[in-house]
Design a protein around this ligand. Structure first.
Ligand code: ATP
Ligand code: MG
Length: 397
């Protein structure tokens, strides 16, 4: 018996003329992610990618988990493939043992995309349902809330039987929307922001600002670990690490304390602008959430935004902390985010930050030092690293 994974398209199925370019990227992404598990063939037909393991010893459940994290897929099904003959399928119901032996109720859902198949879907459901009931007499039929849904799809090239379907991430394939630069701090919000924009098809690379000796090496490692965790969804990630100490010290020495955070954020954005220009990123992404802290009031965001020369995407802007945290847990970044190492934002934090800064005051304060030159220097001293999908090289206790 042959087992195969079916990955169903999400939004791509709605695309018109340019659909095949999305499909090409999706298949490429799936192949790239599966590479380390062995060899697979990936073919696309009928809004589905057919993923067939070609090596004997491939762990299919691991492959299912990997594929379920690829953006662009709405559901992933592990199936057995049979000839299009109900008799043969009914003869092989052992395949469902794992899923049904300990279950209490089930229903059958049949789909017939090969319209030349003689039985219609309701008839297939009836017949297969009877056969399942006979083989697993402990099961009740429950068409409303079954514990297990047994699916049989009669497709062009075979009958696909499955009792295991997991939801995919949805979204669009990474790389189908261009690329953007995520300002990644060590907090909870920005990894979630990166995840959300990669979901809309962006290649997400990260920029992080460090202020040694005020921030420790561990703080940087923590952010690198977050990068590694994000590769599960985003694929490979480039990580730009910017030395930010001099700018922060200059800020402390020459600007009013109540403006520290906003000016600091503007400097971060100015550096990001230059990296975007040099490396051809089309947008900046941040984890800002409206009014979460003083630097994220409407007025403060307005001042920060003024420094940007690229669109700034803030996907968590309207989310509550609890919602952001929920997503962080779901994608597996939360535990790393709450590790206690200090970020550069906590260096020289003003006691009373201005919640309604005026742009003219901010710009006047900035003119007291030659920040433009310092921004240039920081860009020059920026280092780059690449984190590859699935690699785990950063360890922190
Ligand atoms: P997070 O939980 O992501 O740290 P936060 O609520 O702590 O967010 P701030 O510290 O005010 O918010 O930062 C707002 C945004 O600015 C972050 O979401 C991130 O995009 C960016 N940012 C802050 N500090 C850094 C940093 N050291 N390096 C890169 N980006 C940063
Ligand atoms: Mg932060």
């Amino acid at each position: 018996m042959k087992e195969i994974i079916l990955a169903k398209y999400g939004e791509i199925a709605l695309k018109g003329d340019n659909r095949s370019s999305f499909e090409d990227i999706l298949v490429k992404n799936i192949k790239r992610r599966l590479k380390r598990l062995g060899s697979f063939s990936c073919d696309r037909r009928q809004s589905t990618v057919y993923i067939e393991p070609l090596d004997e010893d491939i762990d299919i459940s691991e492959a299912v988990d990997v594929v379920a994290k690829v953006f662009g897929i709405s559901a992933v099904q592990r199936c057995a493939v049979f000839p299009k003959d109900l008799g043969v399928v009914e003869h092989n119901l052992d395949y469902l043992n794992d899923a049904l032996n300990d279950a209490k109720s089930f229903k059958v859902e049949a789909k017939r995309s090969d319209k030349s198949f003689p039985l219609k879907s309701p008839d297939i459901q009836q017949k297969l349902g009877d056969a399942v009931s006979e083989k697993f007499p402990h099961l009740k039929v429950d068409v409303h809330e079954p514990e297990v849904t047994v699916r049989l799809e009669i497709r062009d090239n075979g009958a696909y039987l499955s009792a295991k379907r997991i939801m995919g991430q949805g979204g669009l394939p990474v790389g189908s929307s261009g690329k953007a630069l995520l300002m990644l701090s060590g907090g909870i919000d920005s990894p979630v922001a990166g995840y959300m924009m990669a979901k809309r098809g962006l290649i997400v690379d990260c920029i992080h600002y460090i202020s040694p000796p005020y921030t420790s090496d561990r703080a940087r490692l923590k952010v690198e670990k977050l990068c590694e965790e994000l590769t599960e969804y985003c694929g490979d990630i480039r990580f730009f690490c910017v030395p930010f100490t001099e700018i922060q010290e200059k800020l402390r020495d020459s600007c009013p304390e109540e403006f520290f955070t906003v000016i600091m954020r503007r400097m971060m954005v100015k550096i990001a602008n230059k990296i975007c220009e040099r490396e051809d990123y089309g947008a900046i992404i941040t984890g800002e959430s409206l009014a979460q802290v003083a630097s994220q009031t409407l007025a403060a965001i307005g001042c920060t935004n003024d420094a940007a020369r690229f669109p700034v995407f803030r996907p968590v802007i309207g989310m509550d902390k609890t919602e952001i945290t929920e997503t962080a847990r779901k994608i597996g970044t939360f535990e790393t985010s709450i590790m206690p190492y200090e970020d550069c934002c906590t260096v020289f934090t003003p006691r009373h930050p201005r919640t309604k800064p005026r742009l003219a005051d901010i710009i006047a304060a900035e003119s007291r030092a030659d920040f433009d030159r310092m921004v240039e220097e920081a860009v020059e001293k920026t280092t780059v690293k690449r984190f590859k999908f699935g690699e785990r090289t950063v360890f922190l206790d």
